[in-house]
Design a protein around this ligand. Structure first.
Ligand code: URA
Length: 249
């Protein structure tokens, strides 16, 4: 049976959870996958079939089974994927486009991405079945730095780089100070390294638009202490115990 300890202060550890969340917290399935199992009649709580995914479960007392087998806490798994451009960071796409799940199916377990990379962005994407770890990494207050290499559609002046450094106005508020390094200029493009500690939707693309330029190419090269290193594009590897520890896992 899946159990967690009772704690008054931490919402994550409260023993009452909706039935679908019990599965994601156990690292077994996404909530949407769990909802389909539940509505399909595969799940019992204390021996009684429950088809309502919002049914409250007391993790300390209730016995949850899937296909008559007790729900077990899955072993925690943390992987680093080198996402290629052209892959969606979603499980399924109505248009049938490739997704990051096509690249990690050989990991053999359910994993959820830690944040997202746009369809046209390549680079380092963490995936895990530890939802608490994913929430901590994505929490803007923890300020985990993410490093991007950017090819801008124009040549950028020192003034434009200074604006990016100081923070630019976006429709969801100004960006926090960023580290910006000019890598090189070609005839018509500036190549930059941009380090930000936020993770807003399309943030880097919108930052470049805010200084009257555009992103032509975007690669995330690092998250916190992790680097892409020698990993080939489209491949993944497990994080080491030390890497998980350094990220606060
Ligand atoms: N910023 C973006 O604009 N896109 C990404 O995929 C990541 C960061």
């Amino acid at each position: 049976m899946f159990k967690v300890s009772r704690s008054r202060n931490n919402r994550e550890d409260r023993p009452l959870k909706s039935l679908d969340r019990v599965f994601s917290k156990a690292g077994v399935a996404s909530r949407s996958e769990a909802r389909s199992w539940i509505s399909g009649g595969r799940v019992r709580v204390n021996g009684k079939s429950i088809r309502n995914p919002d049914h409250w479960v007391d993790l300390e007392r209730d016995r949850v089974t899937l296909d008559n087998k007790p729900l077990q806490q899955a072993a925690r798994r943390y992987i680093l994927l080198y996402k290629p451009k052209g892959y969606l960071t979603t499980r399924r796409d109505t248009e049938g486009r490739p997704t990051v799940y096509d690249l990690v199916s050989d990991a053999g377990i359910w994993l959820a991405p830690v944040g997202r990379l746009d369809l046209d962005t390549s680079g380092l994407l963490l995936m895990t079945n530890d939802t608490g770890f994913a929430d901590r990494i994505a929490d803007p207050e923890r300020k985990v730095p993410k490093v991007y290499q950017v090819k801008a559609a124009t040549l950028l002046s020192d003034g434009q780089l200074e604006q990016l450094r100081h923070g630019v106005p976006l429709n969801d508020g100004p960006t926090r100070p960023a580290q910006v390094r000019r890598l090189r200029d070609s005839a018509r493009h500036t190549h930059l390294e941009l380090t930000i500690a936020e993770g807003r939707n399309r943030q880097v693309r919108r930052m470049l638009e805010a200084v009257d330029s555009k992103v032509l190419k975007l690669v995330r090269t690092a998250v916190g202490p992790l680097r892409l290193g020698e990993l080939p594009i489209g491949k993944w590897r497990d994080l080491t115990v030390e890497e998980v520890r350094l990220l606060g896992g």
